[in-house]
Design a protein around this ligand. Sequence first.
Ligand SMILES: [Zn+2]
Ligand SMILES: [Zn+2]
Length: 188
Amino acid sequence: MTEGPQATKRPEKFEHYLNRAKVAAERGTCLRRRVGAVIVKDDVEVSSGYVGAPRGTENCCDLGRCLRIEAGIPSGQRYELCRSVHAEQNAIVNAARSGIGIKDGEMYISSEKIEGAYGRDDLYKPKIYGPCMICKKEIINAGIKAVHMREEGIGVRSYSIKELRTMLADEEKRLATEFAHLAPKQGR
Ligand SMILES: [Zn+2]
Ligand SMILES: [Zn+2]
């Protein structure tokens, strides 16, 4: 091992893009998690995004409150209660805003729980959650070809578009069971 500047480890590209996503996440406004995303196309970072309320509106962190927290919503559910646009969505939207093509790009995501943000242990399990159901749909339709997600301190997982489609179908089955009681009763 050499001493001095040469000894600094140069990250591999895969790690580099995840690190870039982590830097984007620093600007996030969510009170629970820091999430950032970058889109890489032809080995160039072409877009990025972090969690934030629509431009010109107040962020959860400005208000110091989020309805999802106040209602004790577990991780992964009822996103419509939060004003934020997700990091993955913002990375896609920011590309559209600037007229940048992202088809066939890959998305790198960094996610990290904010210490103490959940309060109750049952609302968060340390695992790689993956993009939420809404982001999965938008990633598929944006033409992104793969997603790499790092839950900081927990691990990295890559998803092909085929896997995202399967996950959506599985989630739909789970939801169909969960909400079966709301279905109109037959024969009445
Ligand atoms: Zn919120
Ligand atoms: Zn999402």
